[in-house]
Ligand binder design. Structure first.
Ligand code: NAD
Length: 358
């Protein structure tokens, strides 16, 4: 029996994990689901959205499934991702026939967008320009303008380290190799803006290229993020493993999810050191549809499948993915974002029935 800790976050995060937990339990999987206090409820009862007992339960668990964060539960995802050092964000982008892709020919979209989760601009180190000008009076932009010349304003710091770039590049190689064993091309596509940010993005690109070329058995290509965005729309089936710096990965994964059929379909897993991992949908708490029971549960269910795989239950994970694929093929029990009228619960029940019948 494996233990799984489930933290809903808020909004549709809670709705989707509740439905997914019922599915996992009703499917008869050998897992025990724990739901320790978190989010707004924990803030009321424990004075914090992520109490120590919840952190301990997650650390001790075999698997951790998270819903989605919103303003009241940012601390939950911050702990799972940043404090626990989950530096590799694995975001599979896959079209299942029946998904409502806006592309004319989405068949064959099947790649992984790998997001560096810990560095870059995203962690948010910001301040006043006046303070920066005081400590770095000689800092100039590429046109020679000093910080002082800008006058009032604010800045953000982008951090790239060879260590951070190397570990995500090695992770990309591992993923690409595993996919190559299943017939994929064995290609790593690196995304930066190194033509402009030569020191930071340039370092990321240089390290990624070296690591992939040294691997010897994989192909390497690099695109600047603006070109990459276009290619993910125009040539999505040419992608295999797309490794992105933090903020680019955040943005491009929403775009990529949409090419397959929508944000409600995209799962993810975040991996760190010493076996730390947790799984979550790519989407957020969706306040515009929260409370209406119409959120698409696919992203959370596929995240749960990734979690099962991580816990060594790969046959069950594949069976769950196949059940999801079947529901899209049938097209009868889909939520409104996919052109249907089913509720979150009805779609989850249909996936459960397909799982049982397979
Ligand atoms: P969002 O991802 O919550 O929603 C964007 C759009 O996609 C909305 O129109 C929403 O209705 C739709 N959508 C998302 N998931 C869906 C689903 N399962 N089924 C159907 N439609 C779905 O992004 P947002 O509105 O920009 O952000 C809302 C909150 O979520 C913010 O507080 C943001 O910070 C947070 N957020 C959290 C995460 C995370 O927890 N990893 C990711 C993104 C945003």
């Amino acid at each position: 029996m494996k233990t799984v800790v489930v933290l809903g976050g808020e909004g549709i995060g809670i709705e989707c994990v509740d439905a997914t937990c019922e599915l996992l339990t009703a499917a008869g999987l050998p897992i025990k689901v724990l739901t320790p206090p978190q989010g707004a409820a924990a803030q009321k009862s424990h004075g914090t959205p992520i109490p120590d007992e919840t952190k301990q339960a997650a650390v001790n668990a075999d698997g951790v499934l998270f819903g989605a964060a919103g303003p009241d539960s940012t601390a939950v995802v911050s702990w799972l991702r940043w404090e626990m050092g989950a530096w590799a964000g694995v975001r599979p982008i896959r079209f299942y026939p029946g998904m409502r892709s806006p592309l004319a020919q989405p068949e064959g979209i099947d790649y992984v967008l790998l997001r560096e989760n810990s560095e870059g601009l995203y962690p948010g180190r910001e301040g006043e320009l006046a303070d920066l000008a005081r400590v770095m009076p000689d800092l100039r932009d590429r046109s020679g303008r000093s910080i002082k010349e800008y006058g009032d304003g604010r800045f953000a710091v982008k951090v790239v380290t060879p260590k951070g770039a190397e570990r995500i590049a090695r992770f990309a190689c591992k993923l690409a190799r595993a996919r190559k064993a299943q017939g994929k091309p064995g290609k790593v596509t690196c995304v930066t803006k190194s033509n402009v940010l030569r020191h930071t993005d340039g370092l990321f690109q240089e390290v990624a290229e070296r690591v992939v070329r040294e691997a010897g058995d994989l192909l390497f290509e690099h695109f600047h993020v603006d070109d990459a965005a276009r290619r993910l729309v125009r040539f999505p089936t040419t992608m295999d493993v797309v490794v992105c710096m933090n903020l680019y990965g955040d943005i491009l994964s929403d775009l990529a999810a949409e090419t397959a059929g929508g944000l409600g379909l995209a799962p993810s897993g975040c991996f760190g050191d010493n076996g730390w991992a947790y799984f979550e949908s790519v989407h957020g708490s969706a306040p515009d549809i929260a409370g209406r029971g119409i959120a698409n549960p696919t992203a959370t269910i596929l995240s749960a499948a990734m979690m099962l795989d991580h816990m060594g239950m790969s046959a069950e994970a594949q069976r769950l993915q196949a059940a999801v694929a079947r529901i899209y093929r049938d097209g009868k029990t889909l939520t409104p974002d996919q052109g249907g009228s089913a509720t979150t619960r009805a779609m989850t029940d249909a996936i459960l029935a397909a799982y049982r019948n397979s």
